[in-house]
Design a protein around this ligand. Sequence first.
Ligand code: SF4
Length: 297
Amino acid sequence: MLQQKQVTSVLNKQKKRDEWFLTEYSVNPYEGCSCNCLYCYIRGSKYGENMSEHLAIKANALEILEKQLRNKASKNQYGVVVVGSATDAYMHQEEKYELTRGFLKLLLKYRFPVFISTKKLLIKRDIDILKKIDATAILPSDLKDTLKRGTILSVSISSLDEKITDILEPGAAKPSERLQLLFELKKEGFLTGVNAIPLLPFISDSDAEMEKIIIAAKAHGAEYILIGGLTLFGTSSADSKTLYYKFLERYDRSLITKYDQLYGDGYFAAKKYQQDLKERADRLCKKHEIRNKILAI
Ligand code: SF4
């Protein structure tokens, strides 16, 4: 049984449109995420080392979200809504609670476009609603001629190696299952792609590993692939940096020195690394003729 939380707001307005995901709003049906990825940015003392033990459902969220969407729609303030920015909207508890599905019904009713990135297969349950959103959502005027549709669906992949993802993303579907999901969503006619975020330094970020992911994404119907680096927050026992370093000790101790050089005492990889990753990603996407952004123009 999940903890029940009462909330006063569900629809968060971003300061500006996200350049990568095109989103202007975010909604999260749950607090915490049972996918339990070790590198997850929401980690920390609030959720503990095992986030599954501290999950909460926003019990009154539908009522609040409806008010907020009605208000935005009445002012014509449409924008793409990311469903699940700080949780996977399809973590397994959703099967029982169906709150993400409730959110989608409201987003359909008030005609808001959606973006979802997931590591779980349960999204297939909601294909019916997602198709209706895709066909009827009202887009911000500057996206009408470029995006042209109301639903953007990504699967998230950090590595194709199951030995790695079984440790790093213990509650997520296997990468091969996510690729199959991508294929099925594409077959249903959706705009689909891969969020290869985060790629793991010295593990899945080499040209060869990146190419494997790009080729697999394209072969399974991705129209775009968004590639980004790894951020590691915090120093407490439940923070992502601490947990990720524990993973490195288990996976390959020799990488620890390299990570120390890359991250130092900070949370972000060195600027030079980030720039190099971007340049290599751009070059490889061009080579394999796949977009590294959602919009075709
Ligand atoms: S799926 Fe996303 S939100 Fe959930 S634990 Fe993993 S990184 Fe965090």
